[in-house]
Write a protein that binds this ligand. Structure first.
Ligand code: MRU
Length: 415
């Protein structure tokens, strides 16, 4: 690749984060893939691309720096649509109705939502009361996701540290940006740590692909970039290790079939979508080498609360003696909760998500009923997998056992 002028100086810089940041901001329709090729020798994982362009899931657009922009995940994989969020109400709706979803993405969007909340509270007579009310509104949107309350707490602490409304607005903006940036960095590190696990398995496979089974979407759409469960997969793929992913469709909302499959396709990773009940059979017949999932909340004792159906995969993996890993940034740990089953609130979503299936017909979004009219349906959105069924947790600081001692060894400041 021939690179000249200012671009040459840009690419000559060995600080990849800086390079990527500059590429992101570049107004030029640059030959991004060539740049990626050029950088390949430097690091493991690259930012996620949509048709050659790097995207995050949530950001402040340069041309309109008073609002928040997101990828509307409800439309994927059939349409790639960006939405602008201008108020705290917009953010609350986007989280509650799952325009954005997934642990890290919920956290980052909440961080930006708190920035909008500070700007709105600044127009009210009682700033503190208004901010509390808006924060509560955000907090009530998704009860299970740990990153939501984590982002609100972090914003409240940062805002409380400065006086003056302009200062509070600025600190909230900077904190929101930091939450998003740190999420992307943490996921990149998760990829690097998880890569070691896949590499070891690959060494036993004589060039055959490593078969990973994953549930729901713990990919970059569920975070700001890279993803948690998918980060090691992208790292292995980018480094030339053959990987194949079994993608659980993940009823009722089909985040696996719609989002994980879309992400993996865009990145060129081999994958096959399966119905949720196929995993056990594939494990028993030797077609799975390991399972990696994400998590929406993990206790400091190692219990994992994740998308409904995760527990059954862990039971099957355990029965088949297969490694079952959970990948998470530390923002997803709940440092207060000891017993996941008893203490983590499980979100109950609309029964319509079970009674109906959504899809696209001739370019139009359609929802069809699949149950008898008289049948009731129930929709617990998460389940808890006990620590004893989990081989290890892949975090931004490294891999540890799913147990209190091992977790606290990695995060000694939480002792
Ligand atoms: O209900 P969602 O889609 O917000 O649930 C989140 C998930 O996709 C999964 O539970 C995921 O594995 C953990 S979040 C990275």
């Amino acid at each position: 690749m021939e690179i000249s002028g200012s671009r040459a100086r840009l690419f000559a810089c060995r600080d990849r984060t800086l390079i990527i940041e500059r590429l992101r901001r570049s107004p030029l329709p640059i030959d991004y893939l060539s740049a990626i090729d050029y950088l390949k020798g430097f690091e493991t994982i690259f930012p996620m691309l949509v048709d050659g362009h790097p995207f995050r899931t949530v950001w402040i657009p340069e041309e309109d720096p008073e609002i928040v922009r997101i990828i509307d995940q409800r439309r994927l994989p059939f349409a790639f649509i960006l939405e602008d969020l201008k108020t705290t109400d917009d953010v609350a709706t986007a989280i509650q109705d799952m325009w954005v979803r997934g642990a890290g993405c919920i956290g980052a969007t909440t961080g930006f939502g708190m920035w909008l909340a500070v700007k709105e509270a600044a127009l009210e007579r009682d700033f503190d009361e208004a901010l509390r009310r808006l924060a509560d509104k955000l907090l009530s949107t998704r009860p299970t996701a740990m990153n939501l309350s984590w982002a609100i707490d972090r914003q409240c602490q940062a805002i409380g540290r400065v006086d003056g409304i302009p200062e509070k607005i600025e600190v909230a903006r900077m904190t929101a940006q930091a939450i998003a940036d740190e999420d992307a960095t943490a996921c990149r590190s998760i990829g690097e740590h998880g890569f070691g696990i896949l590499k070891k398995i690959a060494e036993t496979k004589k060039g055959e692909p490593v078969n990973v089974l994953t549930h729901c979407n713990a990919g970059w759409l569920a975070f700001v970039d890279h993803g948690s469960a998918t980060a090691p997969i992208y790292a292995a793929h980018d480094k030339g290790i053959p990987v194949h992913v079994w993608v659980d469709e993940t009823r009722p909302r089909n985040q696996g079939a719609r989002l994980t499959a879309w992400e993996l396709s865009k990145h060129g990773v081999a994958h096959t979508v399966i119905v949720d009940n196929a995993g056990g059979h594939l494990m028993r017949t030797g077609q799975v080498d390991l399972v990696i999932t994400g998590t929406d909340r993990t206790t400091y004792t190692g219990d994992v609360c994740n998308k409904i159906g995760t527990y059954l995969k862990a039971v099957a993996a355990n029965d088949c003696d297969l490694p079952f890993y959970v990948a998470l940034p530390s923002s997803t740990f709940d440092w207060q909760v000891r017993d996941g089953l008893r203490e983590v609130p499980i979100e109950e979503r609309s029964s319509q998500e079970v009674s109906h299936v959504e899809g696209f017909l001739d370019g139009t979004e359609t929802s069809i009923r699949i149950l008898p009219e008289e049948s009731a349906s129930s929709n617990p959105a998460f389940d808890v997998t006990p620590a004893r069924l989990i081989t290890g947790l892949i975090t931004e600081r490294g891999v540890c056992d799913a147990g209190e001692e091992s977790i606290l060894d990695l995060f000694p400041e939480k002792r």
